[in-house]
Design a protein. Structure first.
Lengths: 270, 270, 270, 270
């Protein structure tokens, strides 16, 4: 009995790349025409979308990728990658350990924020003012979660990455590179949130919100906000794992060894 | 063009299990004859080796699996799994995060110790006394590494798991369940090490050494010492990840949030 | 400036285990009292719940753990672990690769099924017949998903693990070991499903459903259905990764090397 | 009892980044001075090394990063990431699954090749001709392994990425951007290998060899050849995982479902 080779070949069919002996094509372009000709950010765009960005689109994507590379060892993904690097595994395994932790709570806010901004835009297109659209979507979101994805930061009163990123989007809107709808949606949410909190500490857009604006303005679907953040944060994860490797620790735990975790009484068990 | 179905089927050929519609065989035994009839430890043995252990062999393997289940959050694998559980990923991803860190330095000592004890036994079979064999292998090992796998513990002056495990092996040797060669090899290394250190703090066998004796006596090849340890420690990893889930933290870092990691001057970079 | 040591110790506080130099306690029991005394399945229960099961509770849990150990290389988790084992990583990394893939679609059905059965039981306690409760919960579930977790199998017309597992639960109900509410809930769903499908191919309970009944009857919360399945399937993942190691392949792909994945035209891109 | 906060802070000390409320510094540079000003490739260099590259150094690194992004679903890492994407895990978990498999055999050749080229250069500096140095190092390497890292490709008679990458290094040597010693070492190995094989099919430098030349010429230590490859290949892993997500499969195995893995007889067990 046989199956056609085509059946097996179709099971793994892909438009991303095509490889034959002596030939590598990425999105139907021979690799030798890309090496030295196309930048790393452009090839990210090409593989994900099938075409090449304009230089201004690429610059906007690049700024978002640069902004997210690292947030230090207080981030669980960075800490875990550093610990993994001391456990006798390859650098790739240490990076995978960190990337694996960029889940819904740690790396998913950008994805959720793109969804939220898209909802605001949809309501606005249906006739709501930006403010009314923002408030309705916020209400809906806050019914389901106490976190509004992309706004506020547990650590920074004002995320230092917000202003430079939004300035770049602003300029891109002015220059007609992107439409600006998601920027307006995000600003509407930020304003409504500030009014709602009255005199309380404001919760301005954070890195996830500002990069979500960029990814959404460039037309990336929500899950790719997380995917692109992974590419960005992988840089910091690698840098930290590599630095830790050079420090010679072995089986590094979360605390200096003299500190013993406390005993939780049985009645407090989860 | 076709390939034979057999070629594709052979690419994934296995003796571990065979699945057809309505039928599941593990090592050629129908699953319905195993459920409720064969214990969990026995099925571990069956899948790895193709036959079933005697009840005494199974009891020895079980003791080793029980001994290694947990060593608290100071272990990087446990800490990372707990942190992962707060990042918005599934419990399986949290477990994978911990297991991924059981590398050469964190989970590989048992594997290395089985290799070392086997070397001692081989020299003894070639005519060396146990002591001479142990000293020669130790010398060789210590030329390559400052750690002698399976001996000493950074935390416990005497690992509390050593004595009960070795007592079980002792009894199994007395009863003719296992041959005892790897036990003698380990004891020879432990004695030689104690003499070599003179009055200094002794470095008795640890959990990796004592379980390596068991795995080797039962005939498991060295890499399965790591594999079996992974099955054992997965229990603690799961229990800790689950407990953390119940505590409601989000993106838990390695330190309380008030503590900021220190700034390392550039000249100390790795 | 100082923080109290207690603050750092509390950040990692746990009731699962307590380690001090020379002492290891699991759920407040010295490890040396557990080794050789308590079985592997019992220690799983102990670490997750803080107490020890009765021998009949333990036997029921053991049957569920045995039933799920393997489903061959057609399962993506098994295939990925085998491929990982040929890529030059440790056996622990190969296992982690497989475990990481036991997500909502591959390893989460048990968890979802426990939730569903609990909903059925809650409605029954509120006065519905078992049948009415089952139909209402099924309707609700099927509005959200085309899969009813724990019922039907893409491969087996009738899962060979269903009958032996349910026979054990039946006996345990008869003997007063478990209450039987979740079993009745599952049977009600199975019957309602059969009637609804009329003469069409029935979709009987599968491994996820039958083990969900056991986990729920034993009082495990839904996420632990996934956690326990991970412990079980890790055995098969290890056995397959280890077998692959012995076959000497290097960088094994999903298809024999002569088969090239087909080229998907650009317009079919995701 | 207290520990100094500094002790905990020092445990996680790093030169990579420094975060305080309202401030993020990467290698002592405020993030707001990097966003929109520094490219993504430059920030990779900055985080790994602490300084910024010249534009020509950056272009060389960029070409290497572009060259390695993808090699299709026949690569186990790509296939596993695609399978993971159908299992109900986040896109970050799918990427981690692929990255985790870039081990010594799948992603480590670049690292090994940098080590080998550095050995050749060291012998040359000690007085050997390039050819004699290459032959001695090759002999030494081939005694330990049947693979010479960075040369030959199981799939491509001549890797299409070799020529464009080496042309860029050649130009950089001509222009005084890099010294060219590692390029000469690699060419010496390639020539010696061709002569040794006589009329047999030659084994020219592959992607791992050509990028190893670039990484070594730019001064990256060997393990970062693997680290940088991980950053590069993560792009293809993401693109494939994302494409698979759009195809709607669930629990995709390695073969079309009609093909059952063959039964391996017990005597062939590993």
């Amino acid at each position: 009995m046989t199956i056609s080779e085509d059946e097996a070949a179709q099971w793994w069919a892909t438009a991303v790349s095509h490889i034959e002996p002596g030939s590598i094509e990425l999105r139907d372009r021979p690799i030798q025409q890309l090496i030295g000709e196309v930048g790393f950010v452009d090839i990210i765009w090409l593989l994900l979308r099938g075409d090449l960005p304009s230089s201004r689109q690429s610059a906007l994507l690049e700024a978002a990728l640069v902004a997210g590379v690292d947030h230090g060892p207080q981030a669980p993904s960075i800490a875990a990658a550093r610990m993994a690097a001391t456990c006798g595994v390859g650098l790739n395994n240490a990076i995978a350990t960190g990337v694996n932790m960029l889940g819904d709570a740690h790396g998913g806010a950008g994805q959720q924020c793109v969804e939220m901004l898209t909802d605001v835009r949809t309501l606005h297109e249906a006739g709501h003012t930006w403010d009314a659209a923002a408030r309705e979507v916020m209400d809906d979101w806050q019914r389901r979660s106490r976190y509004l994805p992309g706004f506020g930061h547990r650590f920074h009163p004002r995320d230092p990455r917000r202003d430079p990123l939004l300035a770049l989007v602003d300029q891109a809107v002015t220059d007609g590179i992107v439409a600006g709808d998601h920027l307006r949606a995000a600003q509407a949410v930020e304003s409504a949130l500030a009014r709602r909190r009255g005199g309380a500490r404001p919760v301005p857009m954070n890195i996830d919100g500002a990069t979500a604006v960029i990814y959404a303005e460039l037309g990336f679907p929500p899950p790719l906000a997380r995917g692109l953040f992974v590419l960005s944060r992988s840089v910091g994860i690698l840098a930290h794992a590599w630095e830790e490797t050079g420090q010679g620790r072995r089986n590094k735990g979360p605390l200096p060894r003299s500190v013993l975790p406390a005993r939780l009484p049985p009645q407090q068990q989860a």
